[in-house]
Each structure stands twice: as structure tokens, then as C-alpha cells.
Write a protein that binds this ligand. Structure first.
Ligand code: DGL
Length: 268
């Protein structure tokens, strides 16, 4: 048994899609979430910068006495997971492999699409992870850098979101893919818009659910469940506006977030 919270971070609010699945699956676990909205987006930055930010985020979370780390950001997972794993002695779950497992299982015609930040797409992390599971799967990828800003702005289903999605996704539409992985934890919030553009025959896969399953497995295997008699505690931190986190975060989670604290992440 381990009553300490799970530590989760993302470049902003997108990782709340992962947190939501974790809370749904493990309702007695406590969580500390850090959203680095002050330095978002990560996906257009270099590997060195993302790794520096990732290490700072991990050090901040370790300061909160957590039992494990969830990198709820594809960009940080693609660029920095190996380095984090080699430098910190704590169980760590990333979000790329769980998504790759789902997409490999879901595709019928073995033609899949991957969308993500420029960093995630350029790293080739999904191609590597999917090919390791099934190397007969054909993969088409596309970076969609503006999607993160749309989400952080709360523009998920308006006309601007639709037009940007159309522009990005047009090159994927005639490739015959039957499954599309939303390779960024912000993208599930654009699901309706993306689906409208891609059509209902293309199945959208969010890695959030599979990542939560991986968290649950790590907790079970390491005998780290929280005492079921205790009430869960959720703490939220941001490197940007607390009000913005509370407002948008509450919409994403579908329940009110009241206790957000601002962090000076450069100190870590
Ligand atoms: N949620 C992050 C991801 O999954 C967004 C990246 C960004 O900040 O650009 O990649």
C-alpha cells in the first residue's frame, strides 16, 4: 500500500484528459497535477528545451511527495522519457506506447494516421512504437501545431477550429486510413471537430484511456494502491494564470476545480 498521490504533468491543460481517465479508473487515488501553461506549447520547441522543462516538472512533482510520475504529454514522452527514466528512480508512465497499442489493435485495414505536435511527429516515436507491435501497419503522419493553442484558448468546436482542422487534415483524408491517433493530449478536446473533418468511418484513438490503464497496472504490480478507506485528494498547479486553469480545467474535467496554485517552475 502507498497512500501518496500520483504526480501528473503536461505542457498545459491537455494532460487533464489523462487525469480524467485515471480518476475514473482509480477513484480512490490522490493526484497532483502540474500544467506548464506558462511555457506552452512544447511541441514547437527543441529536444533540449523540452527535456529541460520536463526535468524541472519532474523535480517539482517529486517535491510534492508523489509515488509515481505520469508524463501526460506526447511531446515530453517522445523527447524526454528515456532521459527521465535514466535519471529518476521512481515508476514513470508515458503516453506514446499505450496509444500505439490501441491503434495497432483497432485498425482493420492496417492503415493508420498519427497527428501530433511537430516535435512528436518529427521524433518518429509513434512509427517506432507501432512498428514494434506490427510492422505491416502503414502509417501516415501530420503535425498540427496550432491545435494546442486552439485548445488552450477554449476554441474546440467553433468555425476557426473547423477551418484549421480542414487545412491540416486534408492531406490525410485520401490516404485510406481507418484509424487516427490523436497523438497529443490536447487533441481529444478537438475530437468533434476532427471527426467532422475526417468523417465517421475513421476511428479516433485517444491515448489517455490506455495511459490510465498503464498507470493502474504499474500501481497494482508495485503494490502501491492507496488505502480504499481514505478520501482522494486532488491538487492542481500551473505556471500561468490560476483563473484560466480553473475555468478551462473545470470544463475539461466536467467538474469544478477550485484549488489551483501558481508555481514558479524556473526555481526547480
Ligand atoms: N499535450 C502536449 C502533447 O501531448 C501538447 C504539446 C505542446 O505543448 O505543444 O504533446
Amino acid at each position: 500500500m502507498d497512500n501518496r498521490p500520483i504526480g501528473i504533468f503536461d505542457s498545459g491543460l491537455g494532460g487533464l484528459t489523462v487525469l480524467k481517465e485515471i480518476v475514473g479508473m482509480m477513484p480512490t487515488e490522490s493526484v497532483v497535477y502540474f500544467g506548464d501553461s506558462g511555457r506552452t506549447p512544447y511541441g514547437t520547441k527543441s529536444k533540449e528545451t523540452v527535456t529541460k522543462y520536463t526535468f524541472q516538472n519532474v523535480r517539482f512533482l517529486l517535491n510534492q511527495d508523489i509515488k509515481m510520475i505520469v508524463i501526460a504529454c506526447n511531446t515530453a514522452s517522445a523527447y524526454s522519457y528515456e532521459a527521465v527514466k535514466n535519471n529518476f528512480d521512481i515508476p514513470i508512465v508515458e503516453v506514446i506506447e499505450p496509444g500505439a497499442i490501441t491503434v495497432a489493435r483497432e485498425t482493420r485495414n492496417k492503415k493508420v494516421g498519427v497527428i501530433g505536435t511537430p516535435a512528436t511527429i518529427n521524433s518518429g516515436a509513434y512509427e517506432k512504437a507501432i512498428s514494434k507491435i506490427d510492422n505491416s501497419i502503414e502509417i501516415v503522419s501530420k503535425a498540427c501545431p496550432l491545435f494546442v493553442q486552439l485548445v488552450e484558448e477554449g476554441w474546440w468546436e467553433n468555425d476557426i477550429a473547423y477551418r484549421i482542422a480542414e487545412e491540416y487534415l486534408s492531406s490525410l483524408k485520401n490516404k485510406g486510413i481507418d484509424t487516427l491517433i490523436l497523438g497529443c493530449t490536447h487533441y481529444p478536446l478537438l475530437q468533434n471537430t476532427i471527426s467532422k473533418v475526417m468523417g465517421k468511418d475513421v476511428k479516433l484513438v485517444s491515448s489517455a484511456y490506455e495511459a490510465a490503464k498503464a498507470v493502474s497496472r504499474v500501481i497494482r504490480e508495485n503494490d502501491m494502491e492507496r488505502d480504499k478507506k481514505l478520501k482522494p485528494v486532488y491538487r492542481y498547479y500551473t505556471s500561468d494564470s490560476v483563473e484560466k486553469f480553473e475555468t478551462l480545467g473545470s470544463i475539461i474535467l466536467g467538474k469544478e476545480i477550485k484549488t489551483v496554485e501558481k508555481v514558479d517552475i524556473e526555481k526547480y
